[in-house]
Design a protein around this ligand. Structure first.
Ligand SMILES: [Fe+2]
Ligand SMILES: [Fe+2]
Length: 342
């Protein structure tokens, strides 16, 4: 039988790296094996654990939550062609801002490392000690949080520092001020409680995990978008080698995030497979709770949120473009690159 119970220490353990991970003088998490292949941090046992829990879930007739980043296809403003136009015309500040904001949002993920979830077992009928959801407070959330926000006290940067490092590789010193970072990128948790029969903290926890999965999907789309710009031979022409290295760093972040997506799909799949205890002594199939919350988040992320972001961004970008000496022409060109349906 594969191992299904893990200690916190095991879930936080990293591989023995042949070479540490450093970019542009910054110490970063993860490392390289002897053949130069990048290995994410804290994956020595966490990787096999998630695999073993997933296999066990499938044996019980369940499976990871069936969802992928393609949910968010076709939603992007500005799109890569518009970003490319701006970078070529000396308005790269918009892409620079995007990279900076991404770094700051990653840093917020550090909160997972110090957060204690409510103990789910008390509200769940089945024994969860051999499931991923039985290990959230036993290393899994901590590992996830450290991946996002690093361990600054040990001089180890996580995803936040990786985005800043790759931004600086591509752009060099710019002197641009740090942009304002949106307050909250998750779906607001302020709807009327659709499950009054459950303990509110449990509903909030499941909503939080589902939100986190959507944020990971959004990040996934950002990777290919950033890579495409960084690898475009017509852009960053003075700093091609650095821009290519920046694209490699993006790819390392993507490699790190794979375990986040696999874990979250597993947790939500496990939560769909169990039965919650209601406050009045009854039961609620986990599937009902997870599917209802997930549908709400999908609706928000696919329809409402992109509209809000596009409205806000459109004004800022138009002002920035019009400040260019050939602003009128550029704005027309920018608008002609608009995707249909936006
Ligand atoms: Fe991340
Ligand atoms: Fe992540």
């Amino acid at each position: 039988m594969p191992q299904l119970r893990y200690s916190e220490e095991e879930l936080l353990a990293s591989h023995d790296y042949a070479r540490p991970h450093e970019v542009a003088g910054r110490g970063l998490h993860g490392g390289f094996d002897a053949s130069g292949c990048y290995i994410p941090p804290r994956l020595l046992h966490r990787g096999p654990a998630v695999e073993a829990w997933t296999a066990a879930l499938i044996r019980r007739g369940g499976g990871p939550l069936d969802a992928g980043p393609s949910l968010l296809d076709g939603i992007r403003f500005p799109n890569p062609a518009q970003q490319k136009l701006m970078i070529r015309e000396g308005l790269g500040q918009t892409f620079w801002n995007t990279l900076t904001i991404t770094g700051h949002i990653e840093a917020r993920g550090r909160i997972l490392a110090d957060m204690a979830f409510p103990e789910l077992q008390g509200s769940i009928e089945e024994d969860i000690s051999e499931m991923g959801i039985g290990h959230l407070n036993r290393g899994l959330l901590r590992a996830h949080g450290l991946d996002e926000g690093g361990e600054p006290e040990r001089g180890i940067g996580g995803h936040d520092v990786m985005w800043f490092a790759l931004r600086d590789l591509a752009f060099g010193e710019t002197g641009w001020p740090d942009p304002e970072v949106p307050a909250n990128i998750a779906r607001p948790d302020d709807q009327a409680d659709p499950f009054p029969q459950l303990v509110p903290a449990i509903v909030r926890t499941v909503h939080f995990l589902a939100n986190l999965l959507m944020i990971e999907f959004r990040a996934e789309r950002g990777f290919s978008f950033s890579e495409r710009l960084l690898l475009d031979p017509e852009l960053f022409t003075e700093r091609r080698a650095q821009a290519e290295e920046a694209a490699e760093v993006v790819n390392r972040i993507r490699t790190d995030e794979a375990i986040h997506v696999r874990s979250l799909r597993l947790y939500l799949g496990e939560l769909r497979s169990i039965s919650f205890r209601t406050r009045d002594g009854g039961h609620l199939p986990g599937r009902e709770l997870v599917d209802t919350l997930w549908q709400g988040i999908v609706e928000w992320a696919v329809n409402e949120q992109p509209r809000l972001v596009a409205e806000r961004t459109r004004k800022v970008l138009a002002e920035r473009i019009l400040a260019h000496p050939e602003g009128e022409r550029l704005l027309r060109e920018f608008e002609s690159l608009q995707d249909h349906g936006e």
